[in-house]
Every structure is written in structure tokens, then in C-alpha cells.
Design a protein around this ligand. Structure first.
Ligand code: GLN
Length: 512
């Protein structure tokens, strides 16, 4: 840029240090994501218990729907990311998404199964437009190489969890209280999302000028030929990948949902890997390897809203004197710990960084996988006591959530930051979508596994074979069921640890 040229709005935002040393837009994005997560986690806290307790669904159907819903919620951001990168920009995408999410929660507030499924569908579509893009906008606040980026993401992550903390408390209170009921809980989630949207719309021009704009005609025309060749190639690659992915998925799973996931994974792989070369391509490959490993983390972690929620409801003594804590509130514990410990971990990374001994991002992730496995050991023990027929102390769940939080802090905020550094700029939102794609697959897996949650007074089921049989045998008791996650997390941790040198080589140009 020439010295006489006025600085672009984006450059001004990048240089801003007026919000605790960060661009002011960070506070805005904190609040916006806080409200969106308020609605998401508020509603998620109700979902399985609503199905099992109010609609009398069996646990496997409930966990299955939970898995499919949470899978789709994390699958659509990939599509939303792509649309934002190519056409409408992250800002407009976020507005559209927020409106659709809010309407979804309001539709859920009406009784009846049509409203129920439509509401879930709207939240899924809306989250597609919203979720990856808000994280990408955080990345856009910082220039390449800006050392404030990780701290920015940690702060943003506290916003996510402030919403994650308040959502279950407020929505759970309405849902599980005698005066109100489940549908009030769902409506409360919608109100939260609307609040966030309103605030964002009022503040965007002031706090986020130049961030999240659509790719303009000017920016496209600047390199029209190159762009159109790239676009054509991208579309062709995407189609090839989608067809190949669909075919493989049909062969492996034989289900429509599987084909949907396969199509998306195939397209994402082809667009990004075929659309890059040299060091960029290596970085994209690294991201896919990391995405594979984090599936094991989230599949364990996401038990929070399903099997751990049922454990809280059915096997935990939640009486505090004469006050019965609503079981949905237990889902706030993780978020509360995140708010407390996020700054501690951020400071720890900084301190280690100063001594030149900060672990690399992939190593942190392997540590994260270890922590989540350790967390489940609490439930292996607590679950074992519950198996004797007593209701156990909530401390078992709280201990598990504490270690899950440590794990999450080693893997999730650093993961978001990793994506924004490793992804080639033109695929920024798409690759953020890939990060959430790993969540999507994990959530489905989490739901399938949670379908085996042991519940009080159940008749033993007929025995399956293969992995299903092993899971089923383990799930005869709480002790065994939670052990599944100890085993899978530890295996994934060791495997990831072995891949750290390779991953570091693949990303050596960005030093993560
Ligand atoms: N709790 C974080 C969020 O809601 C991470 C969740 C996830 O990636 N599964 O964004």
C-alpha cells in the first residue's frame, strides 16, 4: 500500500488496540457468539431429557436424534463458510443465520412434532450460516503473524462459554419448573439469539467496520482471469470430490445421512487439496489429519448433552438441602470451568512461550485427548458406585467436567486459531467449516454411543457382534459404559502423539 493511500477499514480494525489491547470488534463478536451459544446450549441441555422424560422416547431413539441434530448443526457451517467466502461475506451470513436460528427456537416453543422437527431444521440451517463465520471474523481482526491472535481466540472462547453457562441455567430453569415447562425453555433460547442479533446489528458499523465484507466486484475484477480460472477449477474439483465422497459413503454406510456427510467431506477434500500446491497443500493436509483426531475428542466430549445428562438426571443426587438442582444445570459446569480456566491456560501458554517451551498445537491436542480420557475415569468410578443402586454425588460429574475442560482448553480454542493460521486465505471459512465437520461426525458418533447409556431398571438387550457387541457388553453398567471413552481417548491420544512430528513438518511455514 502506498503511504498516501487511506488505510482500509480492515487495516484500521487490525491496528486497533482499544479493547484490552485488542481490536474493539473482539468485544462485539464475543457478545454475538455468547448469545448464539446461549440459545444453542440452552436448547441442547433440554433436548434429550425432553425426548426421554416428556415425550417418553426410548433412550436409543433420543440419543440418535440428538446425534443427528448435533451432527447437522456442525455440518452446515461448512456450506455456510463456503457461501460466505465466495459470495456474501461473513457479515451478511451471520445476520441471515442469526435470524433463522432465532425463528427455529421460537418454532420449537410450539407443541407438536411438526413444530419440533421444523424448529430443529431451522436451527441447523441457521447455524450453518452463523457458526464458522463468526470464528472466521475473529481471525479477520488480526493480521497475519499478529501475536495477539491466540489470546483473542481464548477471549472469544470465554464468550462462547458465557453463553454455554447461562443457556442451560435459564432455559433449564423454565423447562424443568412446574409453572412453565419445556416449551418456555425453547422460547427462552430464541429470545437469547434475538438479543444477540439486535446487538450485533446496532454495533457492526462502529465496531467491525471492514470486517466480514462480501468479496467485492472490485476485488474480483482486480484479478479477474485468475479468479475465474480458480473458481472454475474449484467448482469442478468440488463436484468430482462430492461424487466420489458420496459413492464411498454409500458403499460404507448405505444410509442417506452417510451419503450427505460423504458428499460434503469429499467436496471439501477435493476443493482444498486439489486447489492448492506446495506448502499450502501440505498445510491443508495437516488440517485434515488434525480434524480426524479431534473427532475422538468431541465424540467423548459431546456425551455431555446425552449420556452425561441422563447420568445427572437418573443416577445423581442433586439435592442441596431442600433444593433440587435441575439436572439440566449440570451442563453449565463445563462452561463455568472454561470461563475460570481459559485465562489460566492462556497465561500458561504465554509463560511457556517466553521460555521457548510452549507445546506445538498438535501436541496440545494430544494432551487434550489425554485429559478427556482422564475425565471419564471419574465417571468410571462414580458410575461403578451408581451401579450398586445408589444415587451418587454430583462431584463425580463435576470432576469429569473439570478434566474435560482442561482437555477442551488444550484443543478447542487453539484449534480455531490453528485453522485461521494454517488455512490458505481464500479457503479460510471453508476450512473453518472442516474443523466443524469433524465435530459433526463426532456428534453423530457420540449420539450412537450414547444410545447405549445404561438406564435404571432396563431389561438386557440381545447381544450384537463386532464393535457394536463390545460397546453393548461394556454398556451393561455405567462403569463399563464410561470406560469406553477412556479407552478410545487414550488410543487417539497416543496415535496423535506419534503424528506430531509429521504434522509439524507439514505446517513448518506457519510455525504452529
Ligand atoms: N464449545 C465450543 C463451541 O460451542 C466448541 C464446541 C465444539 O466445537 N463442539 O463452539
Amino acid at each position: 500500500m502506498l503511504a498516501s493511500e487511506p488505510a482500509s477499514a480492515r487495516a484500521v480494525a487490525n491496528a486497533d488496540r482499544s479493547f484490552f489491547g485488542h481490536p474493539r470488534g473482539l468485544g462485539m463478536l464475543f457478545m454475538t457468539e455468547m448469545w448464539e451459544r446461549f440459545s444453542y446450549y440452552g436448547m441442547r441441555a433440554l433436548l434429550v431429557l425432553y425426548l426421554v422424560n416428556a415425550l417418553k422416547w426410548d433412550k436409543a431413539s433420543a440419543a440418535n436424534l440428538y446425534g443427528t441434530y448435533t451432527m447437522l448443526v456442525y455440518l452446515t457451517p461448512l456450506i455456510g463458510g463456503y457461501i460466505a467466502d465466495r459470495f456474501i461475506g461473513t457479515h451478511r451470513s451471520l445476520l441471515i443465520g442469526g435470524l433463522i436460528i432465532a425463528s427455529g427456537h421460537f418454532v420449537l416453543a410450539f407443541p407438536g412434532m411438526t413444530a419440533f422437527y421444523s424448529g430443529l431444521g431451522l436451527v441447523v440451517i441457521g447455524t450453518g450460516f452463523f457458526k464458522a463465520n463468526v470464528s472466521t471474523m475473529v481471525g479477520q481482526l488480526y493480521e497475519k503473524g499478529d501475536t495477539r491472535r491466540d489470546a483473542g481466540f481464548t477471549f472469544f472462547y470465554m464468550g462462547i462459554n458465557t453463553g454455554g453457562f447461562l443457556g442451560p441455567i435459564v432455559c433449564g430453569y423454565f423447562a424443568q419448573s412446574d409453572q412453565f415447562g419445556w416449551h418456555w425453555g425453547f422460547a427462552a433460547a430464541g429470545v437469547g439469539m434475538l438479543a444477540g442479533l439486535l446487538m450485533y446489528s446496532l454495533g457492526k458499523n462502529t465496531y467491525l467496520a471492514g470486517i466480514g465484507d462480501a468479496p467485492t466486484a472490485v476485488s474480483r475484477a482486480a484479478d479477474a482471469t485468475k479468479a475465474s480460472i480458480a473458481d472454475d477449477a474449484s467448482t469442478r474439483n468440488g463436484i468430482i470430490g462430492a461424487v466420489a465422497g458420496a459413492a464411498v459413503a454409500w458403499f460404507l454406510s448405505g444410509s442417506l445421512l452417510g451419503v450427505l456427510v460423504g458428499t460434503i467431506i469429499g467436496a471439501a477434500l477435493a476443493i482444498t487439496i486439489l486447489g492448492t500446491q506446495g506448502e499450502e497443500r501440505k498445510r491443508v493436509i495437516a488440517l485434515f489429519i488434525v480434524a480426524f483426531f479431534v473427532v475422538f475428542f468431541w465424540a467423548a466430549f459431546e456425551q455431555a448433552g446425552s449420556s452425561m445428562s441422563l447420568f445427572a438426571d437418573k443416577f445423581t443426587d442433586l439435592h442441596l438441602g431442600s433444593f433440587a438442582i435441575p439436572s439440566t444445570w449440570m451442563q453449565s459446569v463445563n462452561s463455568l470451568f472454561i470461563i475460570i480456566f481459559a485465562p489460566v491456560f492462556a497465561a500458561l501458554w504465554l509463560a511457556l512461550g517466553k521460555r521457548k517451551s510452549e507445546p506445538s498445537t498438535p501436541l496440545k491436542m494430544a494432551i487434550g485427548l489425554t485429559f478427556i480420557g482422564l475425565g471419564f475415569l471419574f465417571l468410571v468410578i462414580g458410575g461403578g458406585r451408581a451401579d450398586t443402586g445408589i444415587k451418587v454425588s454430583p462431584l463425580w460429574l463435576i470432576g469429569a467436567f473439570l478434566f474435560h475442560t482442561f482437555g477442551e482448553l488444550c484443543l478447542s480454542p487453539v484449534g480455531l486459531s490453528y485453522v485461521t493460521r494454517v488455512a490458505p486465505a481464500r479457503f479460510a471459512s471453508l476450512m473453518m467449516g472442516v474443523w466443524f465437520l469433524a465435530n459433526a461426525v463426532a456428534n453423530k458418533l457420540a449420539g450412537l454411543l450414547a444410545g447405549y447409556t445404561p438406564l435404571p431398571g432396563e431389561a438386557p438387550a440381545t447381544l450384537q457382534t463386532g464393535i457394536g457387541g463390545w460397546v453393548q457388553q461394556m454398556s451393561a453398567t455405567n462403569h463399563g459404559f464410561f470406560m469406553i471413552f477412556v479407552v478410545t481417548s487414550f488410543i487417539a491420544a497416543v496415535a496423535m502423539l506419534l503424528c506430531v512430528p509429521l504434522l509439524r513438518r507439514l505446517t513448518r511455514t506457519v510455525n504452529v
